[in-house]
Write a protein that binds this ligand. Structure first.
Ligand SMILES: C[S@@+](CC[C@H](N)C(=O)[O-])C[C@H]1O[C@@H](n2cnc3c(N)ncnc32)[C@H](O)[C@@H]1O
Length: 325
């Protein structure tokens, strides 16, 4: 793990806070990613504002006041009050073009800061992933597939609005049962093999699971628990049980730095800390930055089932039973 002093270099002249092997930075990631040294992080694991505007300050105010904007209360189907979700179907053509520009520009910055062969895991949703993923590819990142997080979401499945009784047997969209995460890589230098990339940059591949089996692209997950929500009241908090599997896979040799440039309340940073991995988180909203300062340590201490264990390098190179087939 890099010494705290080398992580501190990522603070530049921003307000920062250190928690164990992690550094968090209060900054706009577009500006920050343009200023840190090139090729300085090994992986990015992040959950961006995938509709771009839902975390704009005016939208967050509208969410707090419960009026207008992109955040809507989903229809109740069991009598319980629901938390607001961003309604992405409300994006118009102009907003979709903005989304594309946002992610193309951001992908170019991700290319700049990632080491060659470094992986990027990026949360999306079933409705917007086609736009977001193609923008990242246009920005120069290599598309390596998707990770499907199987989770019962509260999206979709509703009867046609204002005609529920007329069409009781119809739903406008499927009820969401998965969350797609784009998997990308900064292209390796031409003709470089994964083994050479691992030696030169400690990147290029994905870390196998603790049992020696490969990391898989479908992960059975859960909704974020009440216990974790009570530690970090962020609208998009992701569960530790899922994020720990991603950060474990993101560093193929178990060494290096993971970046979350849209950190929110710091759940990715907490997942990295739980596994003893070094990470840097960036958040521009002062309230969420403060929340992260307080939430990262207790989130990292939450026990989860099937905790990934870091393998020694010797275990790492043991061929799997299916090798060579
Ligand atoms: C979807 S949330 C991530 C939440 C996170 N997964 C968690 O568990 O708390 C996206 C976050 O990115 C932040 N954000 C949006 N634009 C940003 C920017 N340009 N630079 C840094 N943070 C930004 C938002 O304030 C929001 O907290």
């Amino acid at each position: 793990m890099p010494a705290a002093a080398s992580l501190r270099l990522f603070g530049l002249d921003y307000s920062t806070h250190e928690i164990g092997g992690s550094l968090i930075v209060h900054a706009d990631c577009f500006e920050w990613m343009g200023r840190i040294p090139e090729a300085s992080v090994h992986a990015i694991v992040t959950d961006p504002p995938y509709g771009v505007k839902e975390y704009d300050f005016d939208q967050i105010n509208k969410r707090t006041n419960g009026r207008g904007g992109i955040w809507r209360i989903p229809p109740s189907f069991d009598g319980h009050q629901r938390a607001p979700l961003p309604r992405f179907t409300a994006l118009n053509d102009r907003e979709r073009a903005t989304l594309r520009r946002f992610f193309v520009e951001w992908a170019r910055l991700a290319l700049r800061v990632l080491r060659p062969g470094g992986h990027l895991f990026l949360a999306s949703n079933a409705f917007l992933s086609q736009f977001v993923f193609s923008a990242l590819a246009e920005g120069g990142l290599e598309f390596r597939g998707e990770i499907i997080r199987l989770v019962r979401t509260l999206r979709g499945g509703d009867r046609p609005k204002n005609a529920e009784e007329e069409f009781p047997g119809v739903s406008s969209m499927p009820r969401g049962r998965y969350e797609p995460w784009g998997l990308f890589r900064r292209p390796m230098p031409v003709a470089m093999k994964v083994s050479d990339c691992l030696r030169a940059h400690q990147t290029g591949g994905l870390r196998r699971r603790s049992n020696g089996l490969p990391f898989e692209d479908v992960i059975e997950s859960e909704r974020t628990s009440r216990a974790e929500r009570s530690l970090a009241d962020h609208p998009s908090l992701k569960p530790q049980s899922f994020l720990r599997q991603l950060v474990h896979a993101a560093l193929p040799l178990g060494t290096g730095i993971i970046l979350d440039p849209f950190m929110g309340s710091g759940s990715t940073i907490a997942a990295a800390a739980a596994l003893g991995l070094a990470s840097v988180g960036v958040e521009r909203n002062p309230d969420y930055f403060k929340m992260a300062k307080e939430a990262i340590l207790p989130l990292s201490q939450r026990p989860v089932q099937q905790e990934p264990r870091l393998l020694s390098s010797a275990q790492h190179i043991t061929p799997s039973p299916t090798a060579g087939r």
